[in-house]
Write a protein that binds this ligand. Structure first.
Ligand SMILES: Nc1ncnc2c1ncn2[C@@H]1O[C@H](COP(=O)(O)OP(=O)(O)OP(=O)(O)O)[C@@H](O)[C@H]1O
Ligand SMILES: Nc1ccn([C@@H]2O[C@H](COP(=O)(O)O)[C@@H](O)[C@H]2O)c(=O)n1
Ligand SMILES: [Mg+2]
Length: 208
């Protein structure tokens, strides 16, 4: 007889439990540079990048029945119910042959964290945390120009509040487990990536 975690995996029809996956959660405030650095990591270290925000935006565009709800949550800077986001992440991992994933912008709150772990049985290898000042993040978001509906000052303030109240505690949780690799993300892109590389290059290669 299976454990609760096994049963949850079966109910969700996941073949993920059969594969040994390496998952790195990429966390940090809105505009801290998660997407920018994930692109560099993909290029240098062969991971597949899955951005929870991008998956949710694609779901809106696809005309899904959840589209309107997701759009309203994003406009308000609120966190979409875990079951929706986890299904999108699971599907994206199942459809990809890679066994190494960067999961960007997830988990965003305690509900995200606990639900992902119990549904998938996956525990992250480590958490890459981009630590950036609010002043710098606000400047970056207002200058991003990607047409995102949540890159306006009212929504940005709401996203900062959600980050402080709901997302930082998740980072603190992983820190208490020794899983957080903290990066000073205020520096220029190239300097931030130098610090990121030091995390991904195994320690024996650093000295070789
Ligand atoms: N180190 C950096 N210095 C200056 N600008 C940066 C840096 N990193 C990223 N940017 C710029 O800041 C903006 C936000 O970066 P990015 O989209 O990577 O952040 P994010 O953490 O993924 O944000 P979100 O949580 O909103 O998705 C982009 O316009 C990007 O080009
Ligand atoms: N786990 C998540 C991740 C994101 N969202 C919603 O999407 C918005 C944009 O996310 P980015 O990572 O692209 O900045 C975010 O503000 C949330 O509304 C979510 O609900 N759950
Ligand atoms: Mg992003």
């Amino acid at each position: 007889m299976g454990t609760a975690v096994d049963t949850a995996k079966e109910v969700n029809g996941s073949s993920l439990s059969e594969k040994k996956l390496t998952v790195v959660f990429v966390l940090g405030g809105p505009g801290s540079g998660k997407g920018t650095q994930c692109a560099n990591i993909v290029e240098h270290f062969g991971y597949t990048h899955l951005s929870a925000g991008d998956l949710l935006r694609a779901e809106i565009k696809s005309g899904s029945e959840n589209g309107t709800m997701i759009q309203n949550m994003i406009k308000e800077g609120k966190i979409v119910p875990s079951e929706v986001t986890i299904k999108l992440l699971q599907r994206a991992m199942q459809e990809n042959a890679n066994d190494k994933f960067l999961i960007d912008g997830f988990p965003r709150n305690e509900e995200n964290r606990a639900a992902f772990e119990s549904v998938t049985g996956i525990v992250p290898e480590f958490v890459l945390f981009f630590d950036c000042s609010e002043e710098e993040m606000e400047k970056r978001l207002l200058g991003r120009n990607q047409g995102r509906e949540d890159d306006n000052i009212d929504t940005i303030r709401k996203r900062f509040n959600v980050y402080m109240e709901s997302s930082l505690p998740v980072i603190q949780y992983y820190d208490s487990k020794g899983k957080v690799r903290k990066i000073d993300a205020v520096k220029p892109v190239e300097e931030v990536f130098e610090a990121v590389k030091a995390v991904f290059i195994p320690s024996h290669e650093k000295t070789a």
